[in-house]
Ligand binder design. Sequence first.
Ligand code: FAD
Length: 358
Amino acid sequence: MKQVDYIIVGQGLAGSCLIQTLLHEKQTVKVIASATKKPSSEIAAGLYNPVTGKKMLLTWNAKILFPLLEEFYKKVEKEFQTRIIYPKKIYRPFADIQSQNDFWIKPSDEIKAFAEPEQDSKQYEPYINNPFGGLSTKQSGYVDVKAFLDVIKQQLLATDSYTAETFDYNALTFDNNKVQYKDTEAKRIIFAEGYHNTNNPFFNWVPVKGMKGDVLTLKIEDYPINDVVNKHFFIIPLPNGTYRMGSSYINNFEDDLPTEAGLKEITAGAHTILKKPFVVLEQKAGIRPTIADHRPIIGEHPEQPLVLIFNGLGTKGVSIAPYAAIELTKFLVLGQEIKESISVNRFYYLYSNQKSSQ
Ligand SMILES: Cc1cc2nc3c(=O)[nH]c(=O)nc-3n(C[C@H](O)[C@H](O)[C@H](O)COP(=O)(O)OP(=O)(O)OC[C@H]3O[C@@H](n4cnc5c(N)ncnc54)[C@H](O)[C@@H]3O)c2cc1C
């Protein structure tokens, strides 16, 4: 029987960030990741943007999340000698005169650390529609999520710590305060299954909802802009000269395949933002694991503390996952309490409801 500290199920952004923070703490892991359940992380455009939404507000916990995520991915880059993170300014054209006035007149001190009115909006004018000017972000950019997942997987394969299989919940047993799964024994098991958590018998009461999305790769003619542009849709310049553009938000879906509606919506967006012709080279789709309060979910099962969850990354996995992984690692390794706002405890009442209705 192989002995490890933790079994981790899933190797998307949640699983990968947790694996890396545990390894940094000299813990041992065994990872089980399905070869058929497509990770949302493989589709993610990788953007991290501290100023989001139509109202251009600061995202949750930005002061902590954004410095921490850059430190985290840069450390991974150094460890694996692979480019992972691309810090970049995001130029956000104002939608109308109202939002322009709001931002110029009363930017709060908090937001000033992350964004400022763009002084030279004219440079973008030949390429994009920006009649009201715009703002530019700091501490923003994108992560090459695929490159990140690849280096983590290669590291696990090299130490025989990775199995590509769909987890068989019936094969999980508990003995002597340990968990056993097939030929592996561990102190605890952590499920980081993204949207597929809905099929997990331990955590199917956790209110993770799927939000499908499409993302496109574009070729844009005569478009030398090297910043990310974000006007409802984002356009990210990639190192190979193409552009990633997204994304759509679809609540009702039957599969995780690219949609015609998503293609139409994003290309219509491209026509409103871009002044230059473009062609679509590729379309991909995935399912984000969202949660109504937009906070991650980490912690123990209410009755079986050897079984834990890491989920709820929603639309912002790149920026939330390193923080949540570090908080979960502090809990596992140091016994430090998990903050209520990100703990699975906040949904224990749903488990009680489920039990009492059975
Ligand atoms: C179109 C689109 C664009 C996006 N763009 C961005 C963006 O720009 N920036 C950003 O921050 N976020 C973005 N996201 C969101 C981001 O993808 C998610 O927040 C994040 O990927 C969720 O990571 P996760 O690890 O929780 O889940 P996933 O990435 O889905 O990973 C789940 C893992 O669990 C495995 N698994 C599931 N069930 C089992 C099982 N029973 N047995 C074994 N393995 C199992 C899967 O194979 C996978 O490895 C985007 C999402 C989409 C769809």
